[in-house]
Write a protein that binds this ligand. Sequence first.
Ligand SMILES: Cc1cc2nc3c(=O)[nH]c(=O)nc-3n(C[C@H](O)[C@H](O)[C@H](O)COP(=O)(O)OP(=O)(O)OC[C@H]3O[C@@H](n4cnc5c(N)ncnc54)[C@H](O)[C@@H]3O)c2cc1C
Length: 469
Amino acid sequence: MTETALVWLRRDLRLADNPALRAALDAGFAPQLVYIDDPEGEGGWPLGAASRAWLRRSLAELAEAVASRGGRLLLEQGDSLTILRGLAGELEAGAVYWNRRYEPAVIERDQAVKQALRGDGLEARSFNAALLREPWTISTQQGGPYKVFTPYWRRVQADLDEVSPPCAAPRELPPSKLEGRSLDDILPLPSPRWDRGFWEHHRPGEAAAHSRMEAFFEDIDDYPEGRDRPDLTATSRLSPHLAFGEISPRQILHALREDSPANEEARQHFIRELGWREFSYHLLFHFPECTDADLTSSLKGFDWAEVDEDSLEAWRRGRTGIPIVDAGMRELWATGTMHNRVRMIVASLLTKNLRYHWLHGARWFWNTLVDADLANNTQGWQWSAGTGADAAPYFRIFNPVSQGERHDPDGAYVKRWVPELQAMPLRHLQQPWTQPDALARCGDYPAEPLVDLKSTREAALAAYKASRS
Ligand SMILES: Cc1cc2nc3c(=O)[nH]c(=O)nc-3n(C[C@H](O)[C@H](O)[C@H](O)COP(=O)(O)OP(=O)(O)OC[C@H]3O[C@@H](n4cnc5c(N)ncnc54)[C@H](O)[C@@H]3O)c2cc1C
């Protein structure tokens, strides 16, 4: 009888280009796929509610794909090591394989798991499924980690041709003698069903990830021009698929080279964005404390404002009275995602005009984003706040009015997510408070902005100056 290897799936919810699964098959094992819901193993950042809603659907898709090949995806919940040991015993498995993750608490947990399983006499091996280059494989000439994107990316790009081609999905998987738990049991449907609207915008799972990539490649030439326009759908919208590993950057890179009609500028620009994701992981790995603390000391001693719960709630719910901010926060609530440009605008308002520490924003995003990714979310917030490596300096404060006018020139994005402003003339749309009569006819949209943009900007700059001196 063929010996079993457990293949422990985590953020690699796919069958193609799954190195742990491929290695188990190549080594002659009968792979048993298992997903373990283990929130405690994630340290201070267990998956948020929106991501769990995505995860449920992604697992359902994967279970179906596994079943169609003759196998079964086992679902379990609890402490990872205890469950892996139990399953290895029941199945008399000889090995446990998995793909690596890079979040600090998870690294610690995984190292303990590896050591314990090896102590039990099992073969325990891990692989790279998520990155083009793992963080410890590149360093500066001085031997340390990179802190600036451009030289980092130049270094990674130099070897991109060496990234191995993706490996194929198995055509068949062996049957399983175990049942595991049900999806409803480990990931019950949200109640009430606040996630319903999400699925008008997204389809989780490996097959959908590939369809999304192919659809994006059709129009990829518009990416460099259109990527900053939230009113258009010019970006790939692959982020939740990448966050759950339904598709790998290696597969995207390969498809971009082999199958896409992209012109060179579009191709390079898009690969560079994947580079920002790689850079976030590089920083997360080398500076693990950055998930909860400023990465640089640029704002050491800064006078962050005490949080006013009502103001924070107005920001969260898209009731600030600043249309582009409200549009973004409502898009997030309704769809589980937000356009990158608008993420930067809402983050600037929170960390600069309101002067709240970036963690308040990062925590809200973590709970509401379907693409929540600890590396990207941490760096996105630290970059916006001015505390990150290679970040926008604190004194660069976005003006949401001019940002809205520039990046949503026809007002279509604002009008989509803030329908109260449907009748507001375009020239006033991004600052409706200047037209009290017209605004009075816009339902219950706030009559005044939550903050005075000019005076809060000045106060933020003064606080910044004071912290420097
Ligand atoms: C405050 C803030 C928080 C963020 N939180 C997250 C998060 O939790 N998860 C997340 O995946 N991204 C996050 N980002 C980065 C970025 O906004 C999203 O990756 C992007 O909007 C996803 O849309 P897309 O897939 O259409 O991107 P595309 O433009 O099509 O880019 C392709 C892929 O490249 C990567 N990428 C693009 N831009 C960035 C970037 N600036 N930093 C890192 N990777 C990038 C993503 O994996 C993305 O899917 C955040 C940005 C900010 C400013």
